[in-house]
Design a protein around this ligand. Structure first.
Ligand code: EPU
Length: 428
């Protein structure tokens, strides 16, 4: 079966909606559970296919995993597995984050090299460099990276900067491995993303000794072992941002609950510049937009900059905003597959290298469009809310990787969205 979303233009979104737990926090935290034999319980887990895939990777290593509601129970026991195979890793590049914990705990790990994807090359050189500095021997052959450290890892000073800045999962991988290393590790140019801090907080709750997380310099004092944990995942700032932009595009008025406002500062700032009102109250934001939104220039950057994972959605907003916006992608310079699809809907976007110039057109027109990656799929749905007639979005496997029931959340706010399952050509 293949699924499509049919979206009809609706009036302003209004009401309240609650954000799920962060996909990009839970994936490395699931991998962190490999660092102990004891059972861990992870709460506020989004039911998205990337989480289910990571659960399969852990099961393939011999770990018991159970997802019940939004609670994940992970019981490694004395698991013996050390291999994350191509069939699973190629479907989710984030699965590279099992490399560090496996290496630290099992002293050997074999993980398929993830390869590129539609959003760009996605190399893993920083992950490997960091683990090598911790004393691992790394070999890459037959499409796999094999890391070994028969005597265990040892702390080191590691500079983790790449061509495009820091690496989120690279920092996570090295930090996880260093928790069980002998001695002290300093990670310089560490990623400061809230998901890295969430991972660090979870590791600390497991008995790790870490400080400086959330800053570019993380210090890890190795300990002999970690223990099981009960841990609650932070709210998904990208889901929150997607709902904020959806509200702006529909000229709506929506309360978004269960957010961490401090994770959304760059997004809030840009939305205000675009003539959108954002009021912050404890763990909620109220977003409201009047009759028009205004062009804004955006540069995506590592946290606390504007997140690349909201670039496509922000571009959708700019297509219907007054004036000309310039959007520069500094994290994944090729993450522009959605441009052609938005232009199919009547947008006026031209691309020059890693910059897109978006001339506001006022109204989009509904069309059949195909999602090319997770965040592009969200952008097309948002565009559909603001387009005349019907928009038909295919490629929903991308959406389902990282959003738990986005269409349900939008429907709850008054959107007219329907998911239709049809047999594909091979099943007819
Ligand atoms: N990079 C290197 N070498 C490396 C690793 C990364 O050059 O060894 C480059 C990348 O090519 C990119 C930049 O560094 O240009 C940043 O990549 P990063 O490593 O930070 O990305 P990631 O950790 O693989 C996570 C998220 C992505 C998100 C990025 C950036 C997960 C599972 N994935 O990926 O999320 O875009 O950080 O914030 O946490 C998404 O959710 O849609 C998504 C793609």
């Amino acid at each position: 079966m293949i699924s499509k979303l049919f979206i009809n233009r609706t009036g302003p979104l209004h009401g309240r909606v609650t954000v799920h737990g962060a996909k990009n926090a839970v994936l490395p935290i699931m991998a962190a559970c490999l660092l102990t034999e004891e059972r861990s319980i992870v709460e506020n887990v989004p039911r998205v296919s990337d989480v289910l895939l990571m659960a399969d990777i852990l099961r393939g290593l011999g770990v018991a995993v159970d997802l019940s509601g939004d609670v994940l129970t992970i019981t490694p026991g004395q698991y013996a597995g050390t291999v994350a195979p191509y069939e699973l890793v190629s479907r989710m590049r984030g699965s590279i984050c099992v490399l560090g914990p496996l290496l630290a705990k099992q002293r050997t790990a074999q993980v398929s090299i993830p390869g590129g994807c539609v959003i760009g090359a996605r190399p893993i050189d920083l992950h490997l460099k960091g683990l090598q500095r911790l004393g691992a021997t790394i070999a890459t052959e037959h499409g796999y990276v094999t890391a070994t450290a028969p005597q265990g890892l040892r702390g080191a000073q590691i500079h983790l900067a790449g061509m495009f800045g820091s690496s989120v999962l690279g920092t996570g991988n090295v930090m996880m491995a260093a928790t069980l290393a002998h001695g002290t590790t300093m990670i310089e140019h560490a990623a400061c993303e809230p998901e890295v801090s969430d991972l660090a907080n979870c590791l600390i709750a497991m008995g790790a000794r870490i400080d400086g997380h959330g800053s570019p310099l993380i210090r890890i004092e190795g300990v002999p072992q970690l223990h099981g944990v009960r841990y609650r995942i932070i709210p998904d700032r990208i889901e929150a941002g997607t709902l904020m932009i959806a509200t702006a595009m529909s000229h709506g008025d929506v309360w978004i609950d269960g957010v961490r406002i401090e994770h959304l500062a760059a997004v809030t700032d840009k939305l205000r510049e675009a003539n959108v009102r954002v009021e912050e109250l404890d763990s909620s934001v109220q977003v409201s937009a009047g009759s028009f939104t205004q062009a804004a220039d955006v540069v995506t950057l590592p946290f606390p900059g504007f997140p690349t994972d909201l670039q496509a959605q922000m571009m959708a907003l700019m297509t219907i905003s007054r004036g000309v916006s310039v959007l520069t992608e500094k994290v994944y310079p090729d993450r522009f597959m959605h441009v052609a699809e938005l232009n199919r809907m009547g947008a006026a976007i031209t691309r020059e290298g890693s910059t897109a110039i978006i001339k506001g057109v006022g109204r989009l027109s509904g069309a059949p469009v195909a999602a090319t990656d997770l965040r592009a799929s969200a952008a097309l749905i948002l565009a559909g809310l603001a387009a005349d007639n019907q928009t038909e979005v295919s490629g929903l496997d991308h959406l389902d990787r990282g959003y738990e029931n986005l269409e349900g959340q939008l429907t709850q706010l008054g959107a007219d969205i329907r998911r239709v399952r049809e047999p594909d050509e091979t099943e007819k």
